[in-house]
Write a protein that binds this ligand. Structure first.
Ligand code: CP3
Length: 341
């Protein structure tokens, strides 16, 4: 079987048409997603239902000419099996009942067996693979250890990571033990997703950008690298994405990932020029999909021109925004598919 455009790019091949997928391509901007979601008021029950998860994964592929599907799940599904109870409250996002605050809290966490406790993911992967074309790769994912740990420590989304940094500075032993556990558990879970049928793996370190380069190097880098070393054994390409992390690019590029997702704030042409041999992904501003079609075409073409002579994965520079018009998404994808280098 011929390799898909996406996997060719991950292997370093320069293709004339670039592969495209979008972070959060399954989600609330799609009316058919909102309809499914209405049947599952509890988001975690929705994610843990393999039939629903498979259906939602496939929805964006029915509408758009996408080159990859991404498993429908969430980076926070690993918390409950560790003994950290989390709820998704509409309008508020994820809420952890008893945030991790001390060495004792960390000692009390469970070592979980993701092959048992996240067995619904295996079923969702199997059902999804049955429903997508053999040429369409399925992406599995986990959050970065820092990002997932930050939800457990902060108790909710926090862009400043004040409690996480406090734990690190007050009780570095506890912090490092927690992050090490995260790296091991997330790495094991990610490599299982590959064993269960995922063709490529994504690590989303959404809040890495809250750290200075010096802190990133101590608080996040070793654990993301440990996760990668574990997942790498599965032999699948690994894409690393960090948000708001332009100032960390030098550090991040030391990670042993296959390709690197750039957030929309990143100066793409400067980053490409500085790193001629690295495979990147991104980085159209997600809000640009609200603009007139001509503007979307113009900005997408700008990226395509910059990357035409290298392997590159087209994507937004963060997830699709909730109110995004379908015409905007269609214009982005059509521009990529109609482009001739
Ligand atoms: O299509 C896909 O991208 C696959 C599924 C996916 C979801 N979340 C589904 C989801 C993926 C890959 C994620 C990753 C994720 N989850 C991240 C990393 C990427 C990023 O956005 O930076 C983070 C930080 C989370 C944590 C999370 N999940 C938050 C903060 C929230 C609430 C805020 C929000 O957007 O509603 C979620 C909920 C969530 N995860 C939704 C979806 C489709 C919305 C839930 C709904 O339908 O109400």
């Amino acid at each position: 079987m011929e390799k898909s455009l996406f996997l060719k790019t991950c292997a370093g091949e320069v293709t004339s048409t670039k592969p495209v997928w979008m972070m959060r391509q399954a989600g609330r901007y799609l009316p058919e997603y909102r309809e499914m979601r209405a049947k599952f008021p509890n988001f975690l029950e929705f994610v843990a239902n393999p039939e629903a998860a498979a259906e939602v994964t496939v929805q964006p592929l029915r509408r758009f000419d996408l080159d990859a599907a991404i498993l429908f799940s969430d980076i926070l599904v690993v918390l409950a099996p560790m003994g950290i109870s989390v709820e998704f409250i509409s309008g508020k996002g994820p809420q952890v009942k008893s945030p991790v605050q001390s060495y004792r809290d960390i000692q009390g966490l469970s070592t979980f067996d993701s092959s048992k406790e996240l067995a619904y993911t295996r079923k969702a992967i199997e059902l999804t693979k049955q429903q997508i074309s053999k040429e369409t790769p399925l992406l599995g994912f986990v959050g970065g250890p820092l990002t997932v740990a930050s939800y457990a420590i902060e108790g909710q989304t926090s862009k400043a990571l004040a409690h996480t940094k406090r734990l690190y500075y007050q009780d570095p032993g506890a912090y490092h033990e927690f992050l090490d556990k995260m790296a091991t558990d997330l790495g094991t879970y990610l490599s299982l997703q590959a064993d269960w049928g995922c063709d490529a793996l994504v690590i989303m370190d959404s809040w890495a950008g809250a750290l200075s380069a010096e802190d990133y190097q101590k608080m996040a880098y070793p654990y993301t690298q440990k996760l990668i070393s574990i997942a790498k054994k599965a032999g699948k390409p690994i894409i690393h994405y960090a948000n708001g992390a332009g100032h960390l690019i030098e550090n991040i590029l030391q990670l042993e990932a296959t390709a690197f997702g750039l957030d929309f704030r990143n100066d793409l042409s400067a980053t490409l020029n500085k790193n001629p041999n690295t495979i990147f992904q991104g980085n159209l501003e997600p809000a640009l999909l609200f603009a007139p079609v001509e503007t979307i075409q113009e900005k997408t073409l700008e990226i395509l021109e910059q990357v035409k002579n290298r392997p590159h994965i087209m994507n937004l520079g963060h997830g699709v925004l909730q109110e995004t018009p379908l015409e905007g998404v269609q214009a982005f994808i059509k521009t990529i598919k109609n482009y001739k280098a």
